[in-house]
Design a protein around this ligand. Structure first.
Ligand code: AMP
Length: 586
């Protein structure tokens, strides 16, 4: 254990060193990337001629989006193994939850990136230990899942970054670390069937209930799904614990093997679970089931903030720790004050992970930005918002991530950021991100089904409803029925819901296919509702001339107004089509 503590000291020193020498580290990172990738097609195209200095880089290399890199990425996916973006061979594609043409973006990665990600993970517990000591005296109950993977035409694996991590030797054969003991067996995490995976992770969590010191998932939405699962399956779980046998629905042989030594008849525990759950009073269930839980380890910043009240209800107000900020493109940084309140969370980007530049927000509204307008990590100003642009070891050069960050303070020379939002995202339940044009296309496609009734959509807006678990999209429609026409019946609206879902991107449809997102709902409004919405906005200072109906609403009084004008509500009755195979839309 002493070794663990020494290791923590070293890691904390590393954070200090990185953040004190932020500028030099960034310069070194850029030099390393440019030296290593000097002979790539991409850097040659922009005539870097082997230069590794910042000034040449900033004048010659353009700032790009995924769309700009599409042709290169396509070639890699099709099997071109030449050094297009990176000198190192591309080991796999990480499928981002950000989409392009309806499909997940493919992020090429190289083997050594896994070490960099591992390094960032290794900094989390040393920081947490400063605020919550003695986490080495118990276990963490974490709900982790893998998702399906595919192969590109060229034979490279394409899968989400966490699936890649859980399947890596780094995770599977991790050395014993008393601060990172989790209740879930690897076999349960690695089981592709999400029901079996969840069942056994919950079962083990219950068996170790007294030892559990922290409960978590990657995102808040995932933890809520786990809690819902407990509320639905506690009888089976209690039965298994009482008898020391595993439910017949668990067919994965390696899962059976993994619980052999853990699952023993324990009628006392089974009775406790039944007594706690029979009343169906779920307030504070997390603290009742896992009484020694010190905090919830879940991301509740950004789109996940919508889940804070529900998590507070189930956990009886336990602190929520947001520990890191990361993406498929690169892992960026961590929260140096992990116990801060969700709305005060700031992440510190570790300067060794990638080379970072920032577009001041007013510039980022422009389609094309001038490469010399970008600001370096150390030159940011507190109180300003920026869009993050990265250059990675995997070969992304001046790539716009799409995240908008606000500088809140500095730790040594390193700025700390509040995550403000992802650009162009209107709706998000889990990792799905639906933008305005996708929503528009969905509404348009669905509106075709009501045309034969002489009905059309006058105006629409949307929001996420997280009072259900899983949460779902709600689309408000105000209709106009022509003379001689009629209001379509319920079944037609139900079909409209599904039709919209079919049009949404593959991350949304995958979420629906795996019950991570609930059925889409259309709420039909009384006529005149949007005019009232406009009156309300104008009464609060909106300009009459420039007023446009918002395509997404989140302000509670507006939601209340809309909900009070609902004449009927309709839900999708089936799941939209989804398969792991990519279908590029035209
Ligand atoms: P993906 O590429 O699918 O892994 O998604 C990465 C994106 O998730 C980031 O670019 C952010 O928009 C969002 N994200 C990641 N970490 C956080 C965080 N701690 N808080 C808020 N949003 C986050």
């Amino acid at each position: 254990m002493a070794e663990g503590k020494n290791n923590h000291k070293e890691k904390l020193e590393f954070i200090e060193e990185m953040t004190k020498n932020c500028d030099q580290v960034q310069e070194k990172v850029l030099r390393e990337i440019l030296t290593k990738n000097a002979n790539t097609e991409y850097l040659n195209r922009y005539k870097m001629d082997g230069a590794t200095d910042e000034a040449t880089f900033k004048t010659r290399i353009p700032v790009v989006t995924y769309e700009d890199l599409r042709p290169e990425i396509q070639r890699i996916a099709e099997g071109d193994k030449s050094a297009i973006l990176a000198a190192d061979p591309i080991s796999e594609f990480l499928t981002s939850s950000g989409t392009s043409a309806g499909e997940r973006k493919l992020m090429p990665t190289i083997k050594e990136e896994l070490d960099r990600r591992q390094l960032l993970y290794s900094l989390l517990m040393p920081v947490m230990n400063l605020y919550v000591p003695d986490l080495d005296k118990g276990k963490g109950l974490y709900f982790y899942f893998i998702k399906s993977e595919t192969k590109t035409p060229g034979g490279l694996v394409a899968r989400p970054v966490l699936t890649s991590y859980y399947k890596s030797e780094h995770f599977k054969n991790r050395p014993f670390d008393p601060y990172n003991v989790i209740t879930s067996p690897n076999a349960a995490i690695l089981c592709p069937d999400s029901f079996q995976s969840m069942y056994v992770q919950m079962l083990c969590g219950l068996i170790y209930r007294i030892e559990v010191l922290r409960v978590g998932a990657v995102f808040a939405s995932g933890l809520l799904r786990a809690i819902k699962f407990l509320t639905q399956h506690w009888r089976d779980l209690a039965h298994d614990i009482e008898t020391g046998t595993l439910n017949k629905s668990i067919t994965d042989a390696s899962i059976w093997e993994s619980v052999q030594d853990i699952l023993k008849p324990n009628p006392e525990l089974a009775k406790f679970i039944s007594d706690e759950c029979t009343s169906e009073n779920w307030a504070g269930i997390v603290t009742r089931m896992w009484p020694n839980t010190r905090y919830l380890d879940v991301i509740v910043t950004g789109a996940m903030a919508q889940y804070i009240p529900t998590l507070e209800y189930y956990s009886g107000g336990l602190p929520m720790a947001c520990t890191m900020y990361a993406s498929s493109e690169c892992y960026f940084g961590l929260n140096l004050k992990p116990m801060s309140k969700p709305d005060e969370v700031s992440y510190t980007i570790m300067p060794n992970m990638c080379y970072c530049e920032f577009i001041p927000l007013e510039k980022s509204y422009e389609e094309k930005v001038n490469g010399t307008d970008l600001v370096n990590l150390v030159n940011l100003e507190v109180g300003k918002e920026y869009e993050l642009v990265i250059t990675t070891y995997s070969g992304l050069c001046r790539y716009r991530v799409g995240d908008v960050l606000l500088v809140t303070s500095f730790h040594n020379a390193a700025p700390q950021f509040k995550f403000i939002r992802r650009k162009n995202v209107l709706l998000s339940i889990d990792s799905d991100k639906t933008d305005e044009s996708e929503l528009q296309k969905g509404v348009q496609r669905a509106s075709e089904l009501i045309k034969p009734y002489g009905a059309g959509i006058v105006e629409y807006t949307s929001r996420t409803d997280t009072s259900t678990i899983p949460g779902h999209y709600v689309i408000y429609w105000e209709l106009l029925v022509k003379e001689g026409g009629k209001l379509p019946e319920n079944e037609v609206f139900e079909k409209c819901c599904l039709e919209m879902e079919e049009e949404l991107n593959s991350v949304y449809r995958q979420g629906r296919a795996s019950d991570i997102i609930g059925p889409l709902e259309i709420r039909v409004l009384k006529s005149g509702a949007f005019e009232e919405l406009m009156d309300y906005a104008i009464s609060r200072g909106a300009s009459i001339n420039q007023y446009k109906a918002p395509r997404c609403v989140s302000f509670p009084p507006i939601i209340e107004l809309l909900d009070s004008r609902v004449v009927s509500a309709h839900f999708s009755q089936a799941r939209p089509k989804w398969s792991p195979q990519r279908k590029e839309k035209k």
